[in-house]
Design a protein around this ligand. Sequence first.
Ligand code: NOJ
Ligand code: CA
Length: 524
Amino acid sequence: MAGDWWRDAVIYQVYVRSFADDNGDGIGDLPGIRSRLPYLAGLGVDALWITPFYTSPMADGGYDVADYRDVDPTLGTLDDARGLVRAAHGQGLKVIVDIVPNHTSSRHEWFRQALRSAPGSPERDRYLFREGTGDAPPNDWESVFGGGAWTRLPDGQWYLHLFDPTQPDLNWANPQVRDEFHDVLRFWLDLGVDGFRIDVAHGMVKQDGFPDVGAREQHKLLETRPLPYFDQDGVHEIYREWRKVLDTYDPPRIGVAEAWTATAERLARYLRPDELHQAFNFHYLTTGWEARALREVVDHSLTAIPAVGAPATWVLSNHDVHRHATRYGGGPAGVRRARAAILLMLALPGSVYLYQGEELGLEEVLDLPEEVLQDPMWERSGHTDRGRDGCRVPIPWTRGGSALGFGADGSTPWLPQPRAWSELSVEAQTGAEGSTLELYRGALHTRREHPALGAGDAVDWQDSEPEVLWFSRTAAGRTLHCAVNLGPEPARLPTGTVLLASDEYEVDGSHTLLPTDTSVWWEA
Ligand code: NOJ
Ligand code: CA
């Protein structure tokens, strides 16, 4: 069904500032994305998710929105946004945009009004202003970016910001806030977008009474204890209202939760039939390259998420975490594992999120000079956490040019690209046998054609050595096998018609000898 396209979609994340720079000012922009739509269509993805491009002082890469109904002038115009959505649709690509409802920028008109207004005023009630005790903040909550979550104004009141001080948290108990976001949703839906990725979807409602957490390093605690500002039950009521808005469009538009929850069961609560459609599977993303752990997280996800009627989703990288080739060990071994990982991920039932540049086998840039770092985490952590700039380096399109084709020759990208990326560029990898880009293309095209790839909600595990993950899936009378060898020795597997392998392998009579860190798809 056309309305169900998202259930097994492959969705490509575009981090706007780092994807393609059309006007050569060093910053990626909407016309840049538009110019690269043929690349994305040719790659074989179904949709793009575009990170925030709204009017913003860019204190947090656009996740600090000053005007939810306009485009930041450095990234384009409203007409560019409209044109991009239309052009994407023309290429058969859906478009998901970000919405940032937990906080605004401190430059948002509402926050400016709040600052000009007195404590207790309706203007302040749209945010979370509180009195402290003496010189102490209202409670012990910490900012995700480091330091306390409260900032004090000259008049003595404090305001809450779970992120940067330039990102004040909204008060979702205030009906004006709720109405405003319904209207913002409709604004972009009317412009033609197919859905929203909801930023900090687990953060909008805070526990009554704002109780202390009673511990430090709070953000590392999420998996072991509830936090009074995340994953509160009250947040679901918001999504029930949003769902009604999404469902007034035909076909219905989708909502995707960026929610960090303790368990897959807690995540599934966001995906109940009257709430959102998908949520990122961060439990999968944070699992290491280890057979047993991966099998557990796959099983756990497939138990919890389809139980509420939603498709499981899979993701390995995004703009907030180290690229997975690096997490998996880096260097040739890390890239080899990342290549094996994409065939595993694309064989699982449900929907897959890719992050720009992973199809090129890019690694995290770990040696950016300190003076170019822009992530607020770097300052907020007192220069102990370098933050997320290393996965946000503009991607290489061509072998040559001062920006490797990200922008025109002569332009300087906002973060410097490693020169070695020249040989990882789209140009260098296109048509190159064995390149990571061609592996992704081959895998995505095979997934489109093969009924057992993507659809459904279960896998059939086959007996294998503990360090080998092997499962089959059957649909429309065709059975596909996927095996990944995570062990140090070659694994012996039955062979058949091989559709794709992440690297070279040997055949021994009726068996495949699958080398370490290699995956293969075959039909028996
Ligand atoms: C999650 C986004 O992915 C991240 O980049 C941002 O800093 C925070 N939310 C705050 O909006
Ligand atoms: Ca630009």
